[in-house]
Design a protein around this ligand. Structure first.
Ligand code: MN
Length: 488
């Protein structure tokens, strides 16, 4: 069987495993379409081009994502790199897949050109995310495969791509709670940016793991026995090794002494529910003395990206120091997949809608932090965020306006009729006057008065966008012409 076919069969098997009801025929059609479209094209590695969209789709399947996202992964480079258009995709695969592919194409390749373009890049990503977060998942999957084949590119390109991954993609993955993705992206980028350090760390970790392997098994057994003795049920107890790049950063803070990084290896206890988490914490502390100041209750106080768990660091019976993490199955899944879990299918193939769509909230908070961090931005002499704000429609669409823009500017941006009929505004569900200066992250709802035919002259005193100014002026000019005519 040719290599491509093997990889495609592997993709189908992966999808089938987490989503037995998936329409594999549709995925096959998308694959055949992409294969045809990229016919004859080669990657820098010398492989057939189709290997890349296939690997992208495989990365998406590892995130257990839904069929349209897998299809969009297969088709993501078609409009940009082949003679087939977005319209062809739309005709063959429908609106949903086409919209996703369009999002990826629009996002384009973000070119890392140093810190001066950093904010601009973030902004582009931010807007794409606000429109449809699934686009970012595809972008991550795409980038992850590009990193894996980075060896085939010249050194300057390697550095550019790896830098933007470390400075833009990985922080976004972290923000979205996608720890696995963040770890994979960072490790690959790290390899190219700091090859010497990477190799040093790699051999250190291997040595350390070998030394700790037996001891880790022993402590896992110990914990299991103690829990069973106390009659506390658990689902799983496992070891976990700290992510590569995070470990490196931690080592830099501790004179590169791995014995001072207490969470290099941790044990993770997965339990049924939250009360059991606290029960298990109690048992752990009863059996093993905790280190002062290292008990963290991320269940009561989740991390900004939504991460929840209990962490503690304890002395084992052998006098070693180890971190213990306690969480439910749900928390474990959230920590691994983050926001991607919102498009998950479970093993029975039924779609698992998110309990709460927190992402607008999350992006809003992030946006606010960036905006509030004015000093940092000023020091970089970047004015992208200084003179622009991002606000949301009630449906979650993001609208980019100049600083100082008001609900009237917003209304005209949405539609000129809404501008003209604008009678009031709700900002974050609170009534606000029409001249209020909007802030990044605000959610704006316009109250209209359907019978109203003309805007108010007063609005010209406070609107900021040329679009609103122009429309108000021309409407008023029309009215005065009409008035003159009626008076005659
Ligand atoms: Mn690509």
């Amino acid at each position: 069987m040719p290599e491509t076919e093997k990889k495609f069969q592997h993709l189908l098997r992966t999808v089938k495993q987490y989503n037995p009801k998936a329409d594999l025929g549709l995925i096959e059609l998308a694959f055949e379409f992409a294969k045809q479209a990229h016919q004859g094209q080669k990657r820098m590695t010398g492989e057939d081009y189709i290997i890349h969209p296939l690997a992208t789709a495989q990365n998406l399947a590892e995130l257990k994502l839904s069929t349209p996202i897998i299809m969009a992964g297969l088709l993501h480079d078609v409009p940009e790199d082949t003679s087939n258009t977005l319209e062809d995709i739309q005709k063959n695969f429908g609106d949903e897949v086409a919209t996703l592919v369009e999002g990826i194409t629009k996002l384009g390749s973000i070119k890392y050109r140093g810190i001066e373009r950093y904010i601009e890049n973030l902004r582009k990503m931010f807007i794409a995310m606000a429109k449809d977060l699934r686009v970012i998942l595809i972008k991550f999957a795409d980038r992850l495969h590009n990193l894996k084949t980075l060896y085939a590119l010249p050194r300057d390109k390697q550095i550019r791509i790896a830098s933007e991954v470390l400075e833009i993609y990985a922080p976004i993955a972290n923000r979205l709670g996608m720890y696995e993705m963040k770890g994979k992206l960072e490790e690959e980028a790290f390899k190219y940016l700091y090859p010497k350090e990477y190799n040093w760390l790699k051999s250190l970790v291997e040595k350390q793991l070998k030394a700790k392997e037996k001891y880790l098994d022993k402590i896992i057994e110990f914990v299991k026995n103690e829990l069973q003795e106390e009659g506390l049920g658990f689902l799983e107890v496992k070891g976990r090794v700290k992510q590569f790049y995070s470990l490196y950063i931690k080592l830099l803070e501790h004179d590169k002494d791995i014995n001072r990084v207490y969470d290099f290896i941790a044990i993770r206890i997965i339990v049924e529910d939250i009360p059991t988490c606290y029960g298990v914490l109690g048992i752990i502390h009863k059996k093993m003395k905790p280190l002062k100041g290292r008990i963290k209750d991320y269940i009561a106080q989740p991390k900004p990206n939504g991460y929840t768990s209990l962490h503690t660091t304890v002395f084992t019976p052998d006098g070693e120091i180890i971190e213990v993490q306690i969480r439910t199955r749900e928390m474990d899944e959230e920590a691994e997949f983050g926001i991607a879990a919102h498009w998950h299918y479970d093993e029975k193939g039924s779609f698992k809608p998110s309990k709460k769509t927190k992402w607008i909230e999350e992006l809003t908070r992030w946006q606010k932090e960036l905006t509030e961090n004015q000093k940092y931005l000023e020091s970089l002499k970047i004015d992208v965020f200084h003179d622009r704000i991002f606000v949301f429609t009630p449906k979650g669409d993001v609208i980019d306006l100049p600083k100082g823009a008001t609900p009237v500017d917003f209304a005209y941006y949405v539609h000129s009729d809404i501008g003209t009929q604008c009678a009031g505004a709700l900002i974050n569900n609170h009534i606000a006057s029409l001249d209020t200066a909007l802030k990044s992250g605000d959610v704006i709802e316009i109250i209209t008065e359907k019978n109203r035919k003309y805007p108010s002259q007063d609005w010209l005193k406070f609107v900021k966008t040329n679009q609103a100014k122009g429309k108000i002026k021309s409407a008023l000019a029309k009215r005065s012409l009409l008035d003159k005519f009626l008076k005659k």
